[in-house]
Design a protein around this ligand. Structure first.
Ligand code: 5GP
Ligand code: ZN
Length: 114
């Protein structure tokens, strides 16, 4: 989608620190990290929110979590623990409407979230 920030990152029209890429997903460092480890993982398909996910998305969706686990292990946070967050719509804090999963780790995290 031409006016989507994350589609522009996928198309390399906007630079990002990419940590993983394949034909289905892209992972890159968050520009404003909230933890020592904070990367985003997104499908290459433009899907605005988790509400827009359907059965036809199950391949990239399952794959995306496998890739998130792999990167968390590589970054050394898997044993300590990490958090995967998806914000959906405005009350959750979603600001970019290309579905993305935050992966945060490297510090203790409170519950409930703010
Ligand atoms: P949301 O608030 O929609 O759940 O998360 C959007 C995330 O995208 C935020 O954590 C924000 O820091 C990150 N972000 C926004 N613009 C950019 C950008 O241009 N590059 C990167 N790498 N991250 C961005
Ligand atoms: Zn997009």
């Amino acid at each position: 989608m031409s006016d989507c920030l994350f589609c522009k990152i996928i198309d390399k029209k906007i630079p990002a620190k990419i940590v993983y890429e394949d034909d289905m997903v892209l992972a890159f460092e968050d520009i404003n990290p909230q933890a020592p480890v904070h990367f985003l993982i997104i499908p290459k398909k433009h899907v605005p929110t988790i509400l827009d996910v359907s059965d036809e998305d199950k391949n990239w969706l399952g794959h995306l979590f496998g890739v998130a686990n792999k990167i968390a292990k590589e970054k050394g946070v898997s044993e300590r623990g990490f958090r995967i967050v998806n914000n959906c719509n405005h009350e959750s804090g979603q600001t970019v409407y290309h579905i993305h999963f935050h992966v945060l780790g490297g510090r203790h995290m409170a519950w409930p979230p703010g």
